[in-house]
Design a protein around this ligand. Structure first.
Ligand SMILES: NC(=O)c1ccc[n+]([C@@H]2O[C@H](COP(=O)([O-])OP(=O)(O)OC[C@H]3O[C@@H](n4cnc5c(N)ncnc54)[C@H](OP(=O)(O)O)[C@@H]3O)[C@@H](O)[C@H]2O)c1
Length: 185
């Protein structure tokens, strides 16, 4: 089965200046919350066909009525639970095949993390775009990194570059946060 070609995948994340997405217990501190980023993120999600989201993030936002696809090791292969909710085991079924079973008409996929979900996509269907928001003056020192191998913004640039994602836009959403949009050329 191969329908990779008509999927368009966009990653979204907000990180601290030292590249963390949450503290070590998986909670996003207030320094990683920004109203303008949240509005931007929500409007982007409203324009997506499907959200690929980690299980813990899903539990926090389970009331959302969006189409959600969730990777988990806890099931055999794929379980479509409702018309807008599906779980799949990435060790047993490819993302593109799970999408074909769940919602075959899907094109635009928003990948909203956490770090294992980003890694899964980097290592499989890849990203067409990545929208990275940096909380410029907020440092965490420890917690869950955006990616286990990226400990600085420079490392993230290299990761994007390695995945053919080039910086196409840099915008200050306000004085505290900057949005970097990387695109596959
Ligand atoms: N700053 C941000 O923008 C941002 C964005 C998203 C999340 N976060 C934070 O990051 C924390 C962790 O997020 P999360 O748990 O939703 O996502 P995650 O750390 O990426 O975890 C992915 C989940 O997917 C499942 N999984 C199983 N096999 C997998 C595979 N091969 N590849 C990838 N995932 C697999 C695991 O579920 P099973 O345990 O069921 O196997 C795991 O809980 C959250 O608590 C949240 O606060 C921050």
């Amino acid at each position: 089965m191969d329908n990779k070609s008509h999927l368009y995948t966009i990653g979204y994340v907000i990180i601290s200046n030292d590249c963390f997405i949450a503290n070590s217990t998986g909670v996003m501190p207030s320094g990683l919350k920004n109203d303008l980023d949240w509005q931007y993120f929500q409007s982007e999600l409203n324009n997506s066909d499907l959200i690929l989201i980690g299980r813990k993030s899903y539990v926090n936002f389970h009331k959302s009525k969006r189409n959600r696809l969730i990777p988990t090791s806890k099931i055999k292969d794929i379980e479509v639970e409702k018309s807008d909710l599906c779980f799949f085991n990435p060790r047993k079924i490819l993302i593109e095949d799970a999408i074909k079973i769940f919602l075959p008409k899907v094109e635009k996929i928003a990948v909203v993390g956490g770090n294992k979900v980003y890694e899964l996509v980097f290592n499989s269907i890849g990203f067409n775009e990545f929208h990275l928001t940096v909380a410029n003056s907020f440092y965490m020192n420890e917690g869950i990194l955006f990616n286990d191998n990226t400990k600085s913004l420079n490392d993230i640039y290299h990761l994007m570059d390695k995945n053919e994602l080039k910086l196409s836009e840099k915008r200050n959403l306000d004085k505290n946060v900057t949005l970097y949009i990387f695109k596959k050329l």
